[in-house]
Design a protein around this ligand. Structure first.
Ligand code: PEP
Ligand code: MG
Length: 629
């Protein structure tokens, strides 16, 4: 592409050195294979049936996606590639270090290429081919050489020189009279953004978007979604991604409707008004005025319904036959706590503290963390706040924390494995949690525990830190509740032993589902496997509840299924004590609990536990009367 080679051009390849013949042979085979181009749309949702939606299709067409955050949205399409960052034209000065800037650029390109490699491993077919092309483009000498020239010649900073090179390449595509090359402009910008993010992690790429837009992108990282202002963005559509990936979790927390796995994204016109139905998992690319009216009416009805539910949401959730369920919120920042409290949260079931590490250059120190945990607790006076230790890795890379490149990041150096290993992570965090526990109802919870040794190691570190604080006469709560997340299948099998060592357990069903079914939670192609209606998951939950009850310990669920009102009767019936979810889901889940008899829910769960497939579970659930209303 960077050679401006076009369809029908004659290209001559030459190679020298060891393996030259094999290379030329491989190129020949690639040419015969049409360079891997496929004409059909092989995007994840392309082969799925178009779901039913309250807005009937009246001619403008409907595109299927996968629902990642509920809600309806009407807005103008704004493609992320239009959100060109403004890069300060920083010069490196006469005494400046051009070599240092060139090394910084090389490191950022390498980091971005590694992130793309992870995406390539998680995708296949046309999808993987796009990422492969992006990786090649990123390392292309034509691009890198121009950027290095900007640093050495024009003495620009790495980010300014890189972005100049990207803009110049994008401009060449734009000016081309070849439609294929014109369409590559967005790929060039995509590649540019990836590297830029690593050069300036705080670049506010996703602010200043047009008010009320529907943001479209090939994919977004959790830290990018976290930058989005819900007042600006009405909805999000992604070509890739999964419903329980962290980008989706953050969108749900922000209350922004989102679809993932939307294959034909590139066919949508910039600035076009579209209707996104996050409940039905589809969008209307060319809605009729009637559909837009119907969507706006439905949105108003839902707002009215939500307002009615909110009136009762501060009351406890007790079933008609007297079983009380604690309903708590999942938060990622102290500021989330006040909003969750207003929506009826009775505590925080998981504070995803690793989100505090994003969009900055270094972890918060002990003081900043004490402040964060204390602020969350003060927003919910007296209520329990469960602080989960940093769960880094998997789909939550933190650029400044050293995680080596791995074949399988979700099966690799992630969560407790990183945290237990790095005193710079556990030291300040445990001290901060303990200090905040002195005056507040704070508990600590360890994620990604797969063995007794890991849990014992974490408890031992906690005791060590508590010993140091005592020696320094710094107050803390020596009886602070300690919990473990059950999200690795081995923790389910070992639950009887794990439970003896803790005060509570919380089921991380996002990870537990992906690991039980060996189905990546961020891969739209296998989302049917990573379903919360899988009997394997329901039986695992029951096994954990039985072990906890035998030891009189409480069990919570803090994965995304806890906030799905259709599954509330199931979790209630399986015997969990606490449900922790993204705050906007709280009023509805509480309302469902208040109208579900515990005895009936138990009978339902007992029936579901005998079923053999997710399909059968879904069919059984479809027969119970609607839970909302
Ligand atoms: C889970 O895995 O269900 C969970 C709550 O943790 P996270 O989604 O942050 O991995
Ligand atoms: Mg998890």
């Amino acid at each position: 592409m960077l050679l401006d080679a076009r369809q029908g051009d004659l290209l001559e390849f030459s190679a020298e050195g060891d393996g030259a013949a094999a290379v030329l042979d491989a190129i020949g085979r690639l040419a015969l294979d049409n360079f891997g181009d496929q004409d059909e749309d092989t995007s994840p949702a392309a082969d799925q049936a178009v779901p039913s939606s309250p807005l009937t299709d009246a001619g403008g067409g409907m595109l299927a996606g996968i629902s990642a955050s509920n809600g309806l949205a009407v807005g103008r399409l704004y493609s992320l590639n239009e959100a060109r960052p403004t890069i300060p034209r920083a010069q490196i000065g006469s005494g400046g270090d051009a070599e240092g800037e060139i090394a910084r650029l090389a490191a950022a390109v390498e980091g971005a290429a590694q992130a793309l490699e992870a995406l390539i491993r998680r995708s296949s077919g046309a999808e993987a081919a796009i990422f492969q092309a992006h990786r090649l483009m990123m390392r292309d000498e034509a691009l890198l050489g121009a950027a290095r020239e900007g640093i050495a010649g024009a003495r620009l900073s790495a980010e300014a020189a890189w972005w100049d090179a990207i803009e110049a390449t994008a401009e060449r595509c734009r000016q081309s009279d070849n439609a294929y090359l014109q369409a590559r402009e967005s790929d060039v910008i995509d590649v540019g953004r990836r590297v830029l993010h690593l050069l300036i992690p705080n670049a506010p790429a996703l602010t200043d978007l047009p008010a009320g837009c529907i943001l479209a992108a090939s994919d977004l990282t959790p830290s990018e979604v976290a930058q989005i202002d819900p007042q600006q963005v009405a909805g999000i559509i992604l070509r890739y991604g999964g419903a329980t990936a962290h980008a989706a979790i953050i969108a749900r927390g922000l209350g922004i409707p989102m679809l993932v796995g939307v294959g034909a994204l590139n066919d949508l016109g910039e600035g076009q008004v579209i209707v996104l139905d996050g409940d039905a998992g589809c969008l209307y690319p060319d809605p009729t005025p009637q559909q837009i009216d119907a969507a706006r009416r439905t949105m108003q009805e839902r707002r009215d319904h939500a307002a009615r539910l909110r009136e009762a949401s501060r009351q406890p959730a007790i079933t008609p036959d007297g079983r009380r369920i604690e309903v708590a919120a999942n938060i990622g920042a102290p500021s989330d706590a006040a909003r969750a409290f207003a929506l009826g949260a009775e505590g925080v079931g998981v504070f995803r503290t690793e989100l505090l590490l994003m969009n900055r250059q270094a972890p918060p120190d002990e003081e900043e963390q004490v402040h964060a945990y204390t602020a969350a607790a003060q927003a919910m006076p007296g209520h329990p706040i469960i602080v989960r230790t940093f769960d880094i890795g998997g789909d939550k890379p933190i650029p400044y924390i050293d995680i080596p490149r791995e074949e399988n990041p979700f099966l690799g150096y992630r969560g407790a494995r990183v945290w237990l290993d790095q005193p710079a992570l556990w030291g300040p965090q445990l001290r901060a949690i303990c200090r905040a526990s002195a005056d507040h109802n704070i508990g600590v919870m360890f994620p990604m525990i797969g063995t007794l040794e890991e849990l014992d190691h974490a408890r031992e570190l906690l005791l060590r830190v508590q010993g140091q604080l005592a020696a320094e006469a710094i107050p803390f709560n020596a009886a602070m509740p300690v919990g473990v997340m059950v999200e690795v299948p081995s923790a389910v099998t070992m639950i009887a032993s794990l439970i003896e060592r803790v005060d509570f357990v919380s089921l991380g069903t996002n990870d537990l589902t992906q690991y039980l079914l060996a189905a990546d939670r961020g891969n739209a192609r296998v989302s049917h496997l990573a379903a919360h209606t899988q009997p394997a998951l329901l039986r695992a939950i029951r096994q954990v509840v039985e072990a906890a009850q035998a030891h009189s310990k409480w069990v919570g669920v803090c994965g995304e299924m806890a906030g799905d009102p259709h599954l509330t009767p199931v979790l209630l019936g399986l015997g969990v004590d606490e449900l922790s979810m993204n705050a906007p889901a709280i009023p509805e889940v509480k309302a469902v609990i208040r109208r579900t008899d515990y005895a009936q829910a138990q009978a339902l769960a007992a029936r579901l536990l005998t079923l053999a497939s997710a399909e059968q579970v879904e069919a059984a659930l479809a027969q119970i009367p609607p839970v909302s209303g």
